[in-house]
Design a protein around this ligand. Structure first.
Ligand SMILES: NC(=O)c1ccc[n+]([C@@H]2O[C@H](COP(=O)([O-])OP(=O)(O)OC[C@H]3O[C@@H](n4cnc5c(N)ncnc54)[C@H](OP(=O)(O)O)[C@@H]3O)[C@@H](O)[C@H]2O)c1
Length: 282
């Protein structure tokens, strides 16, 4: 063990108490209860990264609206979180009308809104020659229009409450992926619609993106199944990062909560990679 000398910067770490360690004394915590009283909408909140994010907000005291397309998805999330302060915001995101309806449902249920996390997203791998209008439209409508119009609908509340938005971009918005032309285009659009919004709204609300590499969720598992050789696909998905594994949904959720928290009060327009170094090069 190193001897502690001199500067207070190098004091021996003390044992972390329960409150500092986060609710439930989560190992490696220390995040506390940063969101007590905050009203949060997580679109795509019943599954994958969205569900991990919604759970993490709940553990830190937030009241959370779960964006879900089906009541059964919300019910499954609710069953896993008995007694939690959660509310359904049912419906698809996409067009202005659909997205606005989901955001309005969340605001009505929560009595306002402080934080929006746009996690609803669609991913499928299709060769350039095979991308048809339906695939293109579904990707662009869900990932681009859904993200933008949910943000637009949330603006009045977020401006009133000095709130913030965290958008799910992707490393695919920063680099190209084979079989991912439409998806990459959609996530690049999420990045730059976020930056453009920052220029209009800085000082009133903050808007940031996370850009995960492969994350071990059903989205990736379904893509693996669709590839015809799931095990080879997952091996490649793990190998793509120099850290040689996918992220966990919890690791992405932790980053989202940081960006949404007061600890990130001067972080605006950031595109925060959560990829184990994946976009550093090959
Ligand atoms: N997993 C990754 O490797 C990865 C990497 C980088 C970025 N991302 C991004 O992170 C976000 C979450 O990904 P994930 O892995 O958690 O995906 P996931 O497990 O497939 O969850 C996506 C969620 O979005 C919902 N959704 C899809 N289309 C929707 C629509 N039109 N309206 C409303 N909800 C819709 C789904 O609802 P249903 O349950 O009804 O289908 C589901 O709850 C996405 O934006 C994704 O592009 C993921």
């Amino acid at each position: 063990m190193h001897r502690v000398v001199g500067s207070s910067r190098f004091v021996k770490p003390r044992r972390i108490g329960r409150r500092q360690a986060g609710p439930g004394g989560r190992k490696g915590g220390g995040k506390g209860m940063r969101f007590v009283g905050k009203r949060v909408l997580v679109t795509g909140g019943a599954r994958g990264i969205g569900a991990a994010t919604a759970s993490a907000f709940l553990k830190e005291g937030a009241r959370v609206a779960i964006g879900a397309r089906r009541q059964s998805s919300f019910d499954a999330f609710a069953a896993a979180h008995p007694g939690a302060d959660i509310h359904p915001a049912l419906g698809e995101v996409g067009s202005q009308a659909k997205s606005t309806a989901v955001v309005k449902a969340a605001i009505a249920a929560l009595g306002g809104l402080d934080i929006l996390v746009n996690s609803a997203g669609y991913f499928a791998e299709v060769a350039v020659e095979d991308i048809d209008q339906a695939h293109w439209d579904r990707i662009m409508e869900t990932n681009v229009a859904g993200t933008f119009f949910c943000a637009q609908a949330a603006l009045p509340e977020l401006k009133k409450n000095k709130g913030n938005i965290v958008n799910l971009a992707s490393d695919a918005g920063l680099i190209g992926y084979p079989l991912g032309a439409a998806y990459s285009a959609s996530k690049a659009a999420v990045i730059n619609l976020s930056r453009a919004m920052v220029l209009e709204l800085a000082g009133r609300i903050r808007i940031n993106c996370v850009a995960p590499g492969n994350v071990d969720t059903d989205m990736i598992r379904e893509a693996a199944d669709a590839s015809g050789n799931a095990s080879a696909y997952l091996t490649r998905a793990n190998a793509r990062s120099p850290t040689k594994r996918m992220a966990t949904p919890q690791e992405v959720a932790d980053t989202i909560l940081y960006l949404a928290s007061d600890q990130a009060s001067f972080v605006n327009g950031a595109i925060l990679s959560v990829d184990g170094g994946g976009v550093c090069g090959f």
